[in-house]
Design a protein around this ligand. Structure first.
Ligand code: FSO
Ligand code: SF4
Length: 548
């Protein structure tokens, strides 16, 4: 195996024996092979689409194949093999779709090879050998590590973006342009040779494309559940039976809330599900009582102590401890060997039974609330006031301190940074990194809370909309606003967001806790020279550099 797609990669360069995340070499190799087959599907689907032919099963499968390989999603080798076999069948379907469309148009079809015609081994050991030959290391050997790394930058961005596209399609939001885009980028990555310039240009093109994907998901979430509104949410338990829901999938939470209504079970959010408590059509359920715990990397102790059942709707799952292995469930694309999985029928009865069999919380915890729900609609509704406060000099600067949390030391930077931001500055935040400071008191500036939680990682879209609106109001561009981005990254969703911010030309972003292993020094220099992208240093130094 060779995997370097996330921030916690071994020695900062690559996991080669076993994933730091818990991914086995078998799963890693099969994931690489699945991506290779998915490229083959897209080679046909991209050409078929140009001739007016498309197929939803083909489109969805490529999105799911990418998403399933995101860090901390699927650790189950059997499920990976099943997906590869399914992908092989879908590749045949895509091929036929293309050949028929070409025939109907009287066109000679392109002669495709590589991932399009690659024959899969019949047994697992053969698949594993094949997987190893299409991993990132083999690309670096073939093209050099700069080109290999740039290929992977786009591929990892696509994986993250696919997670967002999958959430949108689950809520019924499907877009020809988005499906077509995924196939076009995957077809591009299936080429035999690349140049650095062309790959950099593609990465920017992809960054712009990902904004559209996040916009589609924003539409899907807000049309289904309304616009998040400022909401005071409880972050301590209430007495009684309990279910904890983690991940990012709003529909899973909604379906579970319907199925648990009147059953005397309190439902809590964990990690990236926290923002769900601010959506009108989710918060209307009185048994959605609040948030329990913090970000994903603390789950092994938090789930251990949680006296109920747990549902993982997406990443990030970690190796379950024996103490809760029989009361944690996965659904959607998440999988851990031996953990019970709720299938597409979304019948949560086994999870509900497991919750009822647990003791639940014996007592109410001490009351503690935080306020969330500052997505684009809410922030823009007070834009005039914010603009006035800036003009009066009462708001000096905006900081977006957002992104992932993670287990490695060094992430305390973000807590220290947030708590060192002067009182006349506002902090926007999103994704799971906010747990480093979201339960602290930041006060307000003339009624505007100093800490504004915009939501999940995909709500980076909200931040982009707000930044553009502020720039318009001040008749300037985003880079001339008193706004600084302090980003933390962990997995591939953060990669697609970073590429979108780069595509928007946002300058002087600070990124940590370490820089991605797949961005080689030459690429880092390019980004630093052209956009001023820099690694974080210390909170004091960075704040001084920003505020002068
Ligand atoms: Fe990932 Fe980051 Fe959103 Fe976290 S981008 S790690 S689990 O912020 O949540 O998916
Ligand atoms: Fe290593 Fe991250 Fe890959 Fe897991 S996802 S194997 S931790 S680089």
């Amino acid at each position: 195996m060779f995997c370097y797609q996330c921030e916690q990669t071994a020695q900062g360069s690559g996991c080669t024996n076993f994933g730091v995340c818990g991914k086995s070499p078998e799963v890693a190799d099969l994931q690489d092979l699945l991506i290779h087959v998915a490229k083959g599907i897209s080679m046909y689907a991209h050409r078929a689409r140009a001739l007016g032919a498309s197929d939803e099963e083909i489109d969805s499968l490529v999105i799911e194949s990418l998403f399933t390989t995101v860090t901390n999603v699927n650790f189950d080798v059997d499920r990976m093999e099943q997906m590869i076999r399914k992908a092989e069948k879908i590749r045949e379907k895509a091929r036929n779709l293309y050949l028929i469309a070409a025939k109907e148009k009287g066109i000679t079809p392109d002669e495709l090879n590589g991932p399009a015609t690659f024959e899969l081994a019949k047994d697992r050991s053969g698949l594993l050998t094949q997987g190893e030959k299409v991993n990132p290391e083999s690309r670096a050997q073939r093209w050099g590590d700069v080109i290999g790394g740039l290929h992977d930058l786009i591929l990892f961005g696509l994986k993250g973006s696919a997670a967002y596209a999958d959430h949108a399609q689950i809520l019924g939001k499907k877009s020809e342009e988005i499906y077509g885009g995924f196939h076009a980028f995957m077809d591009y990555l299936s080429k035999d040779s690349f140049t650095e310039e062309e790959l950099l240009q593609k990465a920017i093109e992809f960054g712009n494309f990902n904004i559209k994907v996040m916009e589609l998901l924003d539409e899907a979430n807000t049309e289904a559940y309304g616009h998040p509104e400022p909401t005071k949410v409880r972050v301590t338990p209430v007495k009684g039976k309990a279910i904890l829901v983690s991940g990012h999938d709003l529909r899973d939470l909604d379906l579970l809330l319907k199925q648990t209504e009147g059953k005397g079970i309190s439902v809590y959010t964990h990690g990236e599900m926290l923002p769900c408590l601010a959506y009108p059509k989710l918060k209307k359920y009185s048994h959605l009582v609040g948030n329990y715990g913090s970000a994903w990397q603390n789950q092994r102790s938090e789930f251990d102590e949680f006296p109920g059942a747990i549902l993982m709707t997406t990443n990030c799952i970690q190796k379950p401890k024996d103490s809760y292995k029989d009361r944690i469930f996965t659904t959607g694309l998440v999988a851990w060997p031996g953990v019970r999985h709720i299938g597409p029928d979304k019948d949560f009865s086994p999870l509900i039974e497991a919750a009822l069999a647990q003791p639940g919380f014996a007592e109410d915890g001490p009351e503690h609330y935080i306020t969330i729900g500052f997505a684009r609609n809410t922030v823009l509704s007070v834009a005039d006031k914010v603009i006035d406060l800036v003009k009066q000099g009462k708001i000096r600067h905006f900081f977006l301190i957002g992104g992932c949390d993670g287990a490695k030391p060094g992430r305390n930077y973000y807590t220290e940074f947030a708590t060192s931001v002067p009182n006349d500055c506002l902090i926007l935040t999103l994704a799971c990194g906010k747990y480093r400071f979201n339960k602290l008191e930041f006060g307000d500036i003339e009624g505007i809370p100093r800490l504004l939680d915009m939501g999940q990682c995909n709500d980076a879209y909200s931040a982009i909309v707000v930044a553009k609106a502020l720039a318009d109001a001040f008749e300037t561009d985003v880079n001339s606003l008193p706004l600084s981005l302090i980003l933390s990254w962990y997995e591939q969703k953060a990669v697609c967001i970073l590429l979108s911010l780069i595509a928007l030309g946002i300058k002087n972003m600070r990124l940590g806790p370490t820089l991605p292993a797949f961005l080689k020094p030459k690429v880092i220099s390019y980004l630093s020279e052209n956009l001023g992208l820099k690694p974080i240093t210390t909170p004091a130094e960075d704040l001084k550099a920003i505020l002068g």
